[in-house]
Design a protein around this ligand. Structure first.
Ligand code: ADE
Length: 252
């Protein structure tokens, strides 16, 4: 799997790729990341890639010919990108589902904008526009890193423990159950007894119920799309009743 990132600030992107699991995945050849400077396509000696907006107003707009030169360059790579993503707050929301889809690609090209973003005609050059959330950052570099990290951790071998991404938040359509480690008591806060019981069946049942409880309390919208068994549905019904009676809160 390969990523090509186009940015005006390669120095913002590169250091993040040099640490921890991303660095290891790159070192082991599970993923290749090429970071390229958009300013090479300025076509002028000043290196300016932006211009004033037609129609007036504040801020500068990045030129569409700069984006086109980057996309054309990437198209000559082997393999050429099978996905060209513009990072923008106006894009479709990045979800685990979209991450899984991107993980099936061979080469994802990521275009990071600055200033007021690219000239709107950039839309004709990309396969999709992606936002990492309803807030506005100063540029698309962090969103590009989010995409790369979320996708890379799905590549077999990129995580030490193969189990850990199958069971984590969103992979099941639910939020993750709460985890605990030593010490068993901390500032009067105990670890739930069942986790100390050594009873695997009861632990699994408790974890499923707590994942359902967390999702119900924090992100009930996720329950609509989550694959739920009949047992999950009856558990949710019990939790809703407890909640209505004021007793289904998370452990504090
Ligand atoms: N650029 C600025 N803000 C962004 C966001 N929330 N998502 C993607 N790209 C962005």
């Amino acid at each position: 799997m390969r990523f090509t990132v186009y940015t005006l600030f390669p120095g913002l992107v590169t250091p993040y790729l040099q640490e921890a699991l991303l660095a290891r995945a790159i070192r082991e050849g599970l993923v290749e990341v090429v970071v390229r400077d958009l300013r090479r396509f300025a076509g002028n000696r000043t290196g300016r890639v932006d211009d004033a907006p037609y129609g007036g107003g504040a801020g500068m707009v990045m030129r569409v010919d700069v984006a086109a030169a980057a996309v054309d360059e990437a198209a000559a790579d082997d393999p050429p990108p099978d996905e060209v993503v513009l990072l923008t707050p106006a894009g479709e929301r990045l979800t685990q589902g979209l991450v899984e889809e991107l993980a099936t690609r061979r080469h994802v090209c990521l275009l990071s904008a600055r200033y007021e973003g690219f000239d709107a005609r950039v839309e004709s050059l990309v396969t999709r526009e992606v936002s990492i959330g309803d807030f506005v950052l100063m540029g698309g570099e962090l969103p590009a890193l989010c995409v790369m990290e979320a996708v890379t951790r799905l590549i077999p071998g990129a995580l030490g423990d193969e189990e850990s991404h199958r069971q984590d938040s969103f992979a099941s359509g639910l939020l993750d159950y709460p985890e605990y480690t030593r010490p068993a008591g901390f500032r009067g806060l105990a670890v739930p007894d069942v986790l100390l019981s050594g009873h695997h069946g009861m632990v699994a049942k408790w974890r499923r119920r707590e994942a359902l409880r967390r999702t119900l309390l924090r992100r009930p919208d996720l329950l609509e799309a989550a694959p739920l068994s009949d047992e999950d549905r009856s558990e949710l019904e019990r939790l809703r009743l407890e909640l209505a009676a004021g007793a289904a809160n998370e452990p504090d």
